[in-house]
Design a binder for this molecule. Sequence first.
Ligand code: PAF
Length: 299
Amino acid sequence: MTTAVGTPTLARTRAELDAALRAPSTGAAQARHARAVVMTMGALHAGHLSLVRHARTLADRVVVTIFVNPLQFGAGEDLSRYPRDLEGDLALLTGPGLLGPDDVVFAPEPDVVYPGGDPVVRVSAGALGESFEGAIRPGHFDGVLTVVLKLLHLTRPDVALFGRKDAQQLVAVRRMVRDLDVPVEVVGVPLVRDDDGVALSSRNAYLSPDERHRARGLSQALRAGEQAAGGGTGAVLTAAREALAAAGVTDVDYVALVDPDDFAPVPDDHAGEAVLALAARVGTTRLIDNTSVTLGGEA
Ligand code: PAF
């Protein structure tokens, strides 16, 4: 891994992005790929920085996009109050081992990404956009995939890194890349947890101290599910639901065991790997979390 010295180029427009991408890279990292992209909505935390660090090991030039994509927020969601702090984000991104002078931060305004207003033609996530997160947030994954495809076109990376915390998003992006023959390698990066077990998320900033304490219930439920894996799918789901209730997390959207490849619920007698995924509201803040479990098939 290289230690970055110097600051990345900040691009706010398409022309600035193109110029930054055309500038020759020193190739100092001598990595497998010429260019990696890490897409974010800003309000960066250690989870994002771990994506960037990972990207740093894979590519000579890392492009980080910072864009709060209006298309993926439904009516009544937190688009207007979503945390935004470009200066703070840039400071974090120039920390040791992160971005350097070969790298680019693309932080466009909505009219740069959508110059003609809301796009008429969009990517459809199909059935993947209708289950779990998609069922609760209709249109969310269409909005995510539309902006991801646009940002892939604008940044033209060899490799794109996404966090495994948004497990359904990662499945949807992989599926889009496969179904639409998008020439990019998609890499999933493990999620990062705070010391109290809570998965890092920009939305954690909304939690009051009491809610933060209760939010630990999500990771406790995942641990309980993992420990019950020997008992099969029913035992895992029951253990996770009981742990959520015990932690006072009662506003639960779903607790599910799904196939890591297509996010479809696994059958009751499933043996092998599955993703234990859950979503719940703590106060007014909606949180998601997941873990991998290996089931023995004793439903
Ligand atoms: O995961 C996110 O932060 C967003 O969904 C993404 C991939 C940056 C698209 O807006």
